[in-house]
Unconditional design. Structure first.
Length: 226
């Protein structure tokens, strides 16, 4: 499954053009926030996307509105990947395809924004859908006895998020893809049943994962026009 295959191809005119422009900005934002964190200026995103900062603010009223929109778009892409996974005949192939697609998309790259922006009803609703779909993917793989029994949906979520981060040293893009694909293959092999050693610690907490998106008190806000 490719990154391009998860982009909606339907639509015409201005709406379709706006969607394409959104996705260009989303890709740029993933690069910028994965490398620089939540404090990265929107000007860096605009430069990476090849658009003027004024163009972004004509479409969005603030940095916060832009980031909220990008979060929804990122989750929409993860939902599309989940639909592909659930349509797979083999549950294990579906799970592996989902993880590979989300890693390629760097679905967790915007996690740096957690607690930095207010979450909207659309963001929360899309996140619930995404978590429900992943739970179904994992349940199918468990039922087929292909996924080790002690792996939870949140383990998969955190795994994808870790792979969404940029390495500290800037590698050549081809070498970075090579390293990432090898590490993903190693991780997938570790998810297979039967398990070796029991996983250490407790399963990740859903409430802690969700609550990290609650706004943090005060500090520099990314809502400005920097």
């Amino acid at each position: 499954m490719t990154f391009r295959s998860l982009r909606p191809q339907s639509g015409h005119g201005r709406q379709a053009e706006a969607r394409r422009n959104d996705l260009v900005v989303l890709e740029a934002a993933r690069d910028v926030f994965a490398a620089q964190g939540a404090d990265a200026p929107i000007s860096a995103v605009a430069e990476r996307a090849g658009v003027g900062i004024g163009t972004l603010y004509r479409r969005y009223g603030s940095k916060t509105e832009l980031l909220q929109r990008l979060c929804v778009l990122a989750m929409d892409q993860a939902l599309a990947a989940a639909d592909h996974a659930l349509a797979a005949t083999d549950p294990w192939d579906g799970l592996c395809g989902y993880i590979k697609a989300c890693v390629e998309l760097r679905s967790g790259a915007l996690a740096a924004l957690a607690g930095q922006i207010e979450t909207t009803a659309e963001m929360r609703g899309t996140a619930r859908q995404s978590m429900a779909r992943l739970a179904e993917i994992v349940a199918r793989a468990h039922a087929g006895s292909r996924l080790r029994a002690d792996v939870t949906p949140l383990d998969i979520t955190w795994l994808i998020e870790q792979f969404s981060r940029r390495p500290p040293d800037q590698l050549d893009p081809a070498e970075e893809r090579n390293v990432r694909s090898r590490l993903v293959a190693i991780a997938l092999d570790g998810l297979r049943a039967p398990a070796g050693e029991v996983l250490p610690g407790r399963p990740p907490s859903r409430s802690r994962y969700v609550n990290r998106w609650s706004p943090r008190v005060p500090g520099p806000s990314p809502a400005g026009r920097s």
